[in-house]
Design a binder for this molecule. Structure first.
Ligand SMILES: [Zn+2]
Length: 335
């Protein structure tokens, strides 16, 4: 199906049509798929209690990144990614999502000795297949790893120039946001936009308002992943509201990685009250034992969002999405 197609309606859990624009591929694998991949390669995660134990031990950025890398190691070749993509899309659809934008990191595949283009094509094929079965539009955001520098990010765009798959809609930067200055990626972002890609960037997750200001000035992203560091700076929040920059905030991720110490101190409420447009994301649902829908439940029960605010936040996900006008309108009709 082409990117201009509208998502078909199908039976789904009650509530609005959810969209989530801040997810990472390996972090979205259902546990059953992790067990299947692990069993085939005699990895300890074949016993899911070993995976559960590793997941419980995530307490900071370091332990999270180690677990993410361990899950990446379960893949042996491009053929693994078709079934994994189908499992990811089914799992997101079962959570009530109609639209998902999922970071895929080709440089990781290359580092594991795989053909990154073939892996990407396999994920695209899996997503196309699930669209027909489950009615969920899954799109790919090309991910570059910040601490691997601008050359690595450039190779991600080289790959896109060779392989313009219809699922690919955007480009973003993840990884250690303090490792390399944002200015080093200014040309990469210019090139991504020239190639027709929309852009996002992880910022203000572990770093503060200065890091957010830096990416806004240097990279001009369409939206931000996390961005919670902005909440300490009223003038920055004013700027985000004025420029209509949407933040894809992931509360459970922030709590599990230690970016926020306690749920009561999560800045979501402060951002909303300052007029910043925010939406909710699961980030890496399987690694944080959450789902997109669970983030909405948490925002209601622990962060005090009203039903009206939850609807507005859910609508913001469709406004943040790098989808077509028709897809956005179809999504918002579900409200
Ligand atoms: Zn993320």
């Amino acid at each position: 199906m082409s990117p201009d197609s509208t998502p078909p309606r199908s039976a789904s859990p009650a509530g609005p049509f959810l969209a989530d624009c801040h997810l990472h591929f390996e972090g979205c694998l259902p546990t059953s798929e992790i067990g299947r991949l692990a069993a085939r390669s005699n990895h300890p995660f074949a016993d899911l209690s070993a995976f559960e134990s590793a997941r419980r031990n995530v307490r900071d950025a370091q332990s999270f990144l180690l677990l993410y890398a361990e899950v990446c190691r379960l893949f042996r070749g491009p053929e693994d990614y078709v079934e994994a993509a189908i499992a990811v899309a089914r799992s997101l659809a079962d959570d009530g999502l109609r639209y998902a934008e999922i970071y895929v990191s080709p440089e990781i595949y290359a580092r594991f000795g795989m053909d990154a283009g073939a892996c990407l094509a396999a994920i695209d094929a899996g997503f196309q297949e699930t669209l027909e079965q489950k009615g969920i539009l899954c799109r790919i955001l090309l991910d570059a790893v910040r601490h691997w520098g601008p050359e690595s990010a450039g190779r991600v765009l080289d790959l896109y120039e060779r392989l313009r798959l219809s699922s690919i809609v955007g480009f973003g930067l993840g990884g250690d946001e303090q490792a390399v200055p944002a200015a080093a990626f200014a040309d990469v972002y210019l090139r991504a936009r020239a190639l027709g890609l929309r852009t996002s960037v992880h910022a203000g997750e572990w770093a503060g308002a200065d890091a957010v200001r830096e990416v806004l000035d240097q990279l001009r992203p369409d939206r931000l992943d996390h961005g919670i560091g902005s909440a300490s700076d009223p003038r920055l929040m004013e700027r985000l509201a004025e420029e209509d920059t949407i933040l894809c905030v992931a509360p459970t991720s922030n709590l599990r990685t230690g970016a926020v110490g306690h749920v009561a101190s999560h800045p979501l409420r402060r951002l909303l009250d300052a007029g910043v447009r925010v939406t909710l994301s699961a980030d890496d649902p399987v690694l944080f034992s959450t789902t997109t829908r669970a983030e909405y439940d948490l925002a209601k029960s622990k962060l005090g969002l009203t039903e009206e605010e939850l609807l507005r936040v859910a609508g913001n996900a469709w406004h943040a999405a790098f989808c077509t006008k028709q897809e956005r309108e179809a999504g918002l009709r579900g409200f």
